[in-house]
Design a protein around this ligand. Structure first.
Ligand code: ASN
Length: 350
């Protein structure tokens, strides 16, 4: 679509819950209502020059805002559908989301909204909007400004002055305002004084072209434990791995292995993986190291993964792998095509 046809439209702000909109309750912080009035009140406290740089926006709240620790693939699907149905009417979208599982949702949205031709910017906050010294207002302002930039054509996360590729993000701090990182990919942009900058050559708009080809599969069948995540530890036994993988309800698994892609040279353990793979379960591995990717087979200790048909997740985040497994398993694809798509970079996730 031509930029001039939509860049002057308002931004859609979708509120899904999270600390940003929470209010104190007897049980502790809980999602609050009346978000539009609260947002507009907070933004009105910005200096006039900063208010003047904000796009027009419309606010919608989901029926039942949640603490994002309760989110499931059903919520990812609902949000993907809501955005896909409306994004064409807006310059871009801002999703206000809890930080705990924000990276999971951002990853899932990236796969659902492939070929996106405008910004979808996910943000949240470590402190409620009305709390003293809160980061919420800064993050909302940042997200709104990036969501009005037609050059940005992907799902991104705006947090603490920086813009990150959504499917590359992780929450890396449980307290600091600077809570998100993109361990294996450079930042897409940032705020420098009063400007918001997008760095050239880093965004999907220059790396992938083509019309939007949204894929909105039904995640319901996988939402209740269809994909599992196993972090290996020294001394792990084949029977323990089998206890997870043997269940027919499990259709895919992420294995977090050692270093550059190594597992114990235990034939029984490798046999459990090979059996699961042979049954058509989609198995993928990444490293437990926070930075860098894996190259299974570089060490003899990684041969077992190769032999068992475990796919390399390279330098993907756990969130990006899990959301991708759910996304691929939810579609009527044959096993070879699923494996091919897993290994291909669909949205800059690897
Ligand atoms: N528990 C909150 C959530 O993820 C954390 C936050 O938003 N900072 O909804």
């Amino acid at each position: 679509m031509n930029e001039s046809t939509f860049a002057d439209r308002p931004v859609l702000v979708l509120y899904t819950g999270g600390t940003l909109g929470m209010l104190p309750s007897a049980q502790g912080l809980a999602p609050g209502g009346d978000i539009e009035a609260r947002l507009r009140r907070a933004l009105a406290t910005l200096p006039p020059t900063r208010q003047a740089r904000l796009p027009q926006f419309t606010v919608q709240a989901v029926d039942d805002p949640i603490d994002s620790s309760a989110a499931t693939p059903r919520d990812w699907q609902r949000l993907g559908g809501t955005i896909a149905a409306q994004v064409g009417e807006y310059a871009g979208v801002v999703v206000l989301h809890g930080t705990d599982t924000l990276s999971w949702t951002a990853s899932s949205l990236a796969y659902q909204l492939q070929g996106l031709d405008r910004p979808v910017v996910v943000t949240g906050a470590m402190h409620p909007l009305e709390a003293e010294g809160s980061d919420a207002l800064d993050n909302i302002e940042l997200a709104l400004r990036f969501a009005a930039r037609p050059e940005l054509q992907e799902v991104a996360v705006a947090f603490c002055g920086r813009l990150l590729r959504g499917v590359r993000t992780r929450k890396t701090h449980s307290e600091a305002d600077d809570a998100f990182a993109s361990p294996n990919y450079p930042i897409l942009g940032e705020r420098i004084e009063d400007d918001v900058i997008l760095y050239p050559g880093r965004g999907l708009e220059t790396q992938q072209r083509g019309a939007p080809r949204f894929e909105l599969p039904d995640y319901t069948a996988l939402a209740d434990g269809g994909v599992v995540r196993l972090v290996l530890w020294p001394g792990i036994q084949a029977w323990q791995l089998d206890a997870w993988l043997d269940d027919a309800r499990v259709r895919g698994a992420l294995l977090e292995v050692w270093g550059g892609g190594n597992i114990p040279a235990d034939p029984e353990l490798i046999g459990v993986l090979a059996k699961a793979s042979g049954e058509g379960k989609l198995l993928a591995a990444i490293s437990q190291c926070p930075f860098g990717g894996i190259a299974p087979g570089h060490y003899a200790a990684g041969q077992g993964l190769v032999q068992a048909g475990v796919l390399s997740g390279d330098g993907m985040t756990a969130e990006a792998v899990m959301a991708k497994l759910v996304h691929l398993l939810a579609q009527p694809l044959d096993e070879q095509e699923r494996r091919r798509r897993f290994l291909a970079p669909l949205v800059g996730e690897r």
